[in-house]
Design a protein around this ligand. Structure first.
Ligand SMILES: [Zn+2]
Length: 270
């Protein structure tokens, strides 16, 4: 499913440009989260307490299973611009603070890996960092540790696809599910960059709110209205920023049965 969403995102961004349809990163985020929530092992819980004044990163995602434990990511989404294949608002200020700093602060507090998810189309792909199978459209949803983006922000001329996708940490988002250990082993010469050690964002258990969301989902039949879980129950602190969405991808649920169901319900087969 992550592969299908990435290649669909790649083609959709190109088509929207050709058709002169405005397509923002929020819309792409919503479409992709909706598809993940439609998958049998997927849940998306909206924290309706989060208004603009409290909104931090775009979403957080838990990937794993009851047996293997869970990797937690705090995610900031960015869409490519056709002008120079740049990311226009990469250095974005939110209420007087750098957005990337808000992302990193939240991630550190909750033990998540802070990452950027770039929604891309590009005419030239020079580097493809996954050995699993070579498909450039997989960079339609490309993830990078925030530390690499921070490095890009410090230097002129790096806020574009050409530079970012060529960094060895830049990988298709499917890799978070299929081949993360191989990518974690890759280190840049500078120790502050690169993917963090798995232990720093691995959790034994899913929070109870999200567990409930998954359980409810398992008991839902096609003819019943779908509930995607409850608002997380942790209290909100003043002056702190939170993700609007909490997303779960239960890879233990990804059997043949659920794959067949999810492929029928995807928004677009491209
Ligand atoms: Zn990979």
């Amino acid at each position: 499913m992550f592969e299908l969403l990435a290649s669909t995102t790649w083609r959709t961004i190109l088509r929207a440009k050709q058709n002169q349809i405005a397509l923002g990163e929020d819309a792409i985020t919503s479409i992709n989260l909706n598809a993940i929530a439609s998958f049998a092992g997927g849940v998306a819980v909206e924290d309706t307490r989060i208004d603009e004044a409290k909104k931090g990163c775009d979403f957080e995602v838990w990937i794993g299973s009851a047996d293997e434990g869970w990797c937690r990511y705090a995610v900031q989404a960015k869409k490519i611009s056709f002008r120079g294949f740049r990311y226009e608002k990469l250095r974005h200020r939110v209420r007087g603070r750098d957005q990337i700093e808000i992302l990193q602060e939240y991630a550190a507090k909750v033990r998540a890996a802070p990452i950027f998810c770039f929604f891309n189309f590009a005419p030239h792909v020079d580097v493809f960092n996954c050995k699993r199978d070579h498909d450039e459209t997989q960079l339609g949803c490309m993830v990078l540790p925030a530390a690499v983006v921070e490095d890009a922000l410090r230097t002129r001329g790096r806020r574009h696809f050409g530079w970012l996708h060529a960094q060895q940490e830049a990988i298709p988002w499917r890799c978070l599910i299929t081949c993360l250990p191989g990518h974690l082993a890759v280190r840049t010469p500078s120790a502050s960059l690169g993917w963090q050690n798995l232990e720093s964002f691995h959790h034994e258990e899913l929070p109870h709110d999200l567990q409930r969301g998954l359980r409810q989902k398992g008991s839902i039949h096609a003819d019943q209205p779908v509930s995607h879980g409850e608002v997380p129950s942790y209290p909100l602190q003043e002056g702190f920023f939170y993700p609007r969405w909490h997303v779960v991808v239960d890879t233990g649920e990804a059997g043949e049965d659920s794959r067949a169901r999810s492929s029928q319900s995807l928004w677009h087969r491209g």
